[in-house]
Design a protein around this ligand. Sequence first.
Ligand code: MG
Ligand code: MG
Length: 269
Amino acid sequence: MIVLRSSEEIEKMRRAGRLVSGVLEMVARTAAAGVTTLELDELAEKMIREGGARPAFKGYQPDFIKHSPFPATLCTSLNDVVVHGIPDDRPLKEGDLLSVDTGAVLDGYYGDSAVSVIIGNAGLEIRRLVDVTRLALESAIGECRPGNRLSDVSHAVQKSVEEAGFSVVRRFVGHGIGTEMHEDPPVPNFGEPGNGPVLQPGMVFAIEPMVNAGGFEVEASPQRWPVCTKDGSLSAHFEHTVVITGGEPDVLTWPVGSHLGLEKSVRLE
Ligand code: MG
Ligand code: MG
C-alpha cells in the first residue's frame, strides 16, 4: 500500500531531507585524495546526531537479511562498488569515483539521498558517467507529476541512461519512504512507460538510479555488503527524496539555498 503523506508529515520529512542533503554537501566538500571514508563517516554521524536525528543506515538489518547489520552512517561505494560500500581506513586516491548514500531519521520521519563525487582529476568517461546518472535522476524527477504512472519515472531513468550508452542496475531499486526507510512502492530504474500506480499528491519516493559504465549485472559479497558490478566497470549513484504535489515535484533533499549538491559533484575537482 502506498501511503499518502499529509502536509505536516511532509514538513517533518523536509527537515530530515535537509539534514541529509547538508551531510552530503559536507562530505562532497571534504572528500579528497588522502581522506579516508571512515573519516567522512565519523563527520557524517556527528552532524546527523547534532541535528537531533539518528543515522538511518547504522545497524540497518531488514528481516530478509540474516547476517550482519550495516555498520556505518554512510554507504561509501568506490569505483566498481555499486551500493552498500562500507567506510574503511584506506585513503581516497586521485581519480576515484566515490558514491555516498546516507539517510537520517528525525522525529520519526526518514530522508534518503545519494551523490557521486570524483576525487581530484579524472578522465572524460568517469565525468560522463557521473553526469549521465545525475541527469537521469533529474529526468525521473521531471516525471513526478500527478496523473503520471510510476513506470513513467522508471522509464525516464532507463531512457536517458541507455541513450548515453550506459546501463541501469536492475537488482536494486528506489522505494517509497516515510516512517520507514523502505516503503511501498518499489521504484525501478527501468521499464516501459504507462504502467503501475497513478501518481497522487502526498506520495513520496526515494528515486535512485545506479548506473554502470558496463553491463547491468551486479554481485553482492557473501556478507551482502557491498554490491559490485559483475564486469568490474565503474558505477555511479544519485538519489533524492521526492514528493508528488498538485503540480511541480517537491525535492526534499535538494541542498538548501542552491542546487549546488548535484552540480558540485562533477565540479569538485
Ligand atoms: Mg539511499
Ligand atoms: Mg534509498
